[in-house]
Write a protein that binds this ligand. Structure first.
Ligand SMILES: NC(=O)c1ccc[n+]([C@@H]2O[C@H](COP(=O)([O-])OP(=O)(O)OC[C@H]3O[C@@H](n4cnc5c(N)ncnc54)[C@H](OP(=O)(O)O)[C@@H]3O)[C@@H](O)[C@H]2O)c1
Ligand SMILES: *[C@@H]1O[C@H](CO)[C@@H](O)[C@H](O)[C@H]1NC(C)=O
Ligand SMILES: *[C@@H]1O[C@H](CO)[C@@H](O)[C@H](O)[C@H]1NC(C)=O
Ligand SMILES: *[C@@H]1O[C@H](CO)[C@@H](O)[C@H](O)[C@H]1NC(C)=O
Ligand SMILES: *[C@@H]1O[C@H](CO)[C@@H](O)[C@H](O)[C@H]1NC(C)=O
Length: 338
């Protein structure tokens, strides 16, 4: 048998451990993890995954590391490094953590929400392939090492080739196709390889939901998506934010949304029907006193559009207000700790 495909998961929380546990089922794939707060639990017992689709199972990573230095010291040549930390560029530049782990045959796979998450990795590792992935999975780590997969598995992945004219893109494309195939072999039937442009359109389209619902939930003190979409005034606001995003994205990417991508009206209609009562992750982070993914959901899209001469004023308003709310909250929290 040929030498195994070595995969490293950096940020083995809900999303990283879930997809890691699926990749580990593919033939000839070895999956290792860099853990942090869950290190002790995972190093001794591995992960327990519960899933309506795959059942309940245990997954022991091939190797469990307490930090990236340990992963480097192992001497393994990683073919794929999956980054599934929360994307908080205002808090930390996680690309720095991968120094010493990435070589020119490594593909760095970013499974993170939001926009502009690839840039720091592409700049730091110019000769590596950067693959950009978006998922709709719903999963949570309820206790250290205990992963609850709620529903959905779909993941789209595309090579990140912002100036494809100057790049030989075929390596990145090959690695991209292979990674989607490994996920499929691990039982993720709706893993799909996309082109750079289509994947970026998926990111923007997902943003139409996240950048409208999430900040509005926080600013309206914890409304559910359905409550907002059913309220007359708030649903006009949501439609306005979605329209800004869905009309700006094609101008930036240079491609229209494919017809199968839902319109703002459709997105709102399906939100009204969604009585799951769950609240967006930004609200959960806010309520827990944690940093919200503000920059990748709001700040980066605004800046990327502005660079090309487009403003998205409704989005800008949400961003400015929420960022200040977070700053004030953090100040109060710091004072309370004194
Ligand atoms: N959960 C979902 O259903 C879902 C769905 C779609 C997209 N996403 C996106 O997927 C990404 C990951 O989300 P998640 O829900 O999986 O978050 P999560 O459960 O908080 O997992 C993130 C993991 O990364 C670890 N981590 C962060 N920085 C690290 C570092 N420097 N070294 C080692 N480990 C580090 C965290 O460790 P600590 O515990 O020590 O902080 C945590 O285990 C986000 O961009 C999110 O928006 C999530
Ligand atoms: C691009 O790279 C591939 C594989 O590494 C190689 O086969 C191909 O000839 C290269 N193409 C160009 C135009 O350099
Ligand atoms: C937000 O709602 C909580 C209850 O969920 C309440 O305690 C709090 O006072 C509210 N905050 C504001 C600003 O209305
Ligand atoms: C229902 O709402 C939850 C919470 O916002 C969300 O995660 C989920 O994607 C929604 N379901 C559908 C079918 O849209
Ligand atoms: C994005 O939106 C989906 C669907 O409403 C939700 O499940 C997820 O928690 C949101 N992600 C973030 C980072 O807010």
């Amino acid at each position: 048998m040929s030498s195994p495909i070595e995969v490293l998961i950096f940020g083995a929380g809900a999303v990283g451990a879930f997809y890691g546990s699926r990749l580990a089922q593919a033939p000839n794939v070895k999956v290792s993890c860099v853990c942090r707060s869950n290190y002790k639990a995972v190093a001794s017992n591995g992960f327990s995954v519960s899933s309506p689709q795959y059942g309940d199972y245990k997954w022991k990573p091939t190797r469990v590391f307490a930090n990236p230095k340990e992963a480097e010291a192992s001497g393994v040549k990683w073919e794929y490094i999956v980054v599934s930390t929360k994307a908080l560029p205002d808090v930390s530049d996680d690309s720095k953590q991968l120094e010493g782990l990435v070589h020119d045959k490594t593909a760095v796979v970013l499974i993170q929400n939001g926009l502009g998450v690839e840039d720091a990795y592409a700049k730091r590792f110019p000769s590596a392939s950067i693959l950009s992935a978006v998922t709709v999975v719903s999963a949570a780590q309820e206790q250290h090492g205990e992963i609850k997969h709620n529903r959905w598995t779909r993941i789209n992945i595309g090579p990140y080739l912002p100036d494809s004219a100057s790049l030989n893109s075929s390596d990145a494309e090959q690695r991209n196709n292979k990674f989607a195939q490994l996920l499929q072999q691990g039982g993720v039937k709706d893993a799909e390889a996309y082109t750079h442009a289509k994947l970026q359109l998926v990111r923007w389209h997902k943003l139409a939901i996240n950048a409208s619902m999430n900040p509005s939930s926080v600013l309206s003190n914890g409304s559910t998506n359905a409550e907002m979409a059913k309220d007359d005034e708030l649903s006009r606001h949501l439609a306005g934010v979605m329209a800004e995003i869905l009309t700006t994205a094609p101008k930036i990417i240079g491609h229209d949304f494919p017809p199968e991508f839902a319109s703002a009206d459709k997105l709102l209609a399906s939100t009204r029907k969604n009585t799951s009562g769950s609240r967006p992750s930004m609200w959960l982070d806010w309520e827990a006193g944690k940093k919200m993914e503000l920059e990748v959901i709001l700040g980066n899209p605004i800046r990327i559009a502005r660079e090309k001469g487009y403003e998205m004023p409704r989005l800008q308003t949400l961003y400015a207000l929420l960022k200040m709310a977070q700053t004030n909250r953090d100040k109060q929290q710091a004072k309370a700790k004194l």
